[in-house]
Design a protein around this ligand. Structure first.
Ligand code: FAD
Length: 389
């Protein structure tokens, strides 16, 4: 076993290597002991939120003046690879709490909104959710039908339904996207930053049992006369589509980095298992067909990490385009899905049981190919950029 081959450390300068090792140690100590249990028991662990806050991870990428740690995009990518390698639920929680909610407030919020919410989100005292997807508006977000109708006194009443909202059942604060004028299409979409503890909101768990991310909270949110006000808009009237796209474009880097973590964990498990398990009088890893698969998974891991870290570096120097993060997410999630498939296969029947972690990795990676823009949507973005003038 030669973990240096799959860990990112040898590609990093000493400061980033030390950073990766610090997050890795945290994940091993605080997340690894619970990763299997929360998946099997399908429980959202509030202690996980506290631990992530105490370690400074919830505030990681936020500016220091808002109580964050001012991580660079590369640090974010490194951290989310480390979290993803151990617990997809924790990485997914951070992606929503910090990546989608707190960072959107930091970017689009008024000073009053930042003062009210960023600190509690960073300290884990409040939980946030990002309520965009609807039953009839998934990839086609501009088709959303939730409305915010303005009353004569200037306040708004929200009506409509969102689903698949991570943290939706436990959130204290949400960014909800609603149309203030359906006739305007995407130009009518407005984002509101609201306290969830109000009448007119029903929160229910998603029906069925999720394939993966089973230690996360996913909810259906039904709004029926939920009151909000102009002062609670996040950004201006009709600018919500830009807020949503800005949040998702930023968040895709975390998803891509998390996929690299899952990929790496699948490889580590596959190497460990195939070097220990004997069949036909020798370790599985001595068979050429097994070796070929291990070599392919290692090579695609580094290809994914290169694209993720390239995107992070371009984000830091301001040269990032939509193509960079689209390629990173597409490559990293699809390659990780292939890696987990291989790892399950190489475990034989053991790969089919939660007694070994590879089936959880296989289940968890599927969502990363779907949320924050499916792989087909990433290809659509890339093809459009390639072929437009
Ligand atoms: C675990 C999990 C957590 C989530 N958390 C959140 C959250 O916190 N907040 C939130 O708002 N949403 C969340 N979502 C929802 C997620 O963002 C949507 O599921 C996703 O955007 C896809 O929408 P959809 O499921 O309606 O699929 P659809 O848009 O109906 O797509 C179905 C299929 O058609 C394909 N397709 C669609 N349009 C095109 C096209 N133009 N060209 C080619 N193929 C296309 C898609 O690629 C996909 O394969 C979450 C989902 C999951 C699974």
């Amino acid at each position: 076993m030669n973990p240096e081959l799959w860990l990112p450390d040898s590609d990093l300068d000493p400061a980033h290597r030390e950073f990766a090792q610090r997050i890795r140690a945290f994940a091993q100590e605080k997340l690894a002991p619970h990763a299997r249990a929360i998946d099997e028991q399908r429980t959202f662990r509030r202690e996980m939120v506290r631990d992530l806050a105490t370690a400074g991870i919830l505030g990681g990428p936020l500016p220091k003046q808002l109580g964050g740690s001012g991580w660079s995009p590369l640090q974010l990518a490194i951290a989310h690879e480390e979290l993803g390698a151990v617990c997809g639920n924790a990485r997914g929680f951070c992606a929503v709490q910090t990546g989608l909610v707190a960072q959107c407030i930091a970017k689009y919020g008024t000073e009053a909104q930042q003062q009210r919410w960023v600190g509690p989100l960073v300290r884990g005292e409040a939980i946030g959710c990002f309520a965009l997807t609807e039953p009839d508006a998934g990839s086609d977000v501009a088709a959303l039908r939730t409305v915010a109708e303005q009353k004569p006194d200037g306040t708004f009443r929200v009506r409509g339904q969102k689903h698949w909202i991570t943290n939706g059942g436990v959130a204290d604060v949400m960014i909800v996207f609603a149309s203030t004028d359906l006739t305007l299409g995407r130009a009518g979409i407005t984002a509101f930053l609201v306290d969830t503890q109000r009448p007119g909101l029903r929160r229910e768990p998603m029906p069925g049992i999720e394939l993966g991310h089973r230690g996360s909270d996913h909810a259906v949110l039904t709004f029926d006369g939920f009151a909000t006000a102009a002062a609670e808009m996040l950004g201006a009237t009709g600018k919500g589509f830009g807020v949503a796209m800005g949040g998702l474009a930023a968040g895709r880097l975390s998803v891509a980095a998390g996929a690299v973590g899952i990929h790496r964990a699948a490889l580590a498990e596959a190497v460990q298992f195939t070097t220990g398990r004997q069949q036909f009088g020798q370790p599985l890893a001595q068979f050429q067909m097994v070796q070929e698969r291990l070599a392919d998974v290692l090579t695609s891991l580094h290809a994914s990490r290169c694209l993720v870290q390239r995107c992070a570096r371009r984000r830091a120097d301001g040269s990032e385009t939509h193509a960079d993060v689209a390629m990173a997410k597409l490559q990293a999630t699809e390659a990780a899905a292939q890696a987990t498939e291989t790892a399950v296969m190489l475990h034989g029947a053991r790969g089919y049981s939660s007694a070994f972690p590879v089936e959880r990795l296989w289940r968890d990676i599927q969502a990363l190919r779907i949320y924050e823009g499916t792989s087909m949507i990433q290809k659509t973005i890339l093809a459009r950029m390639l072929t437009s003038d």
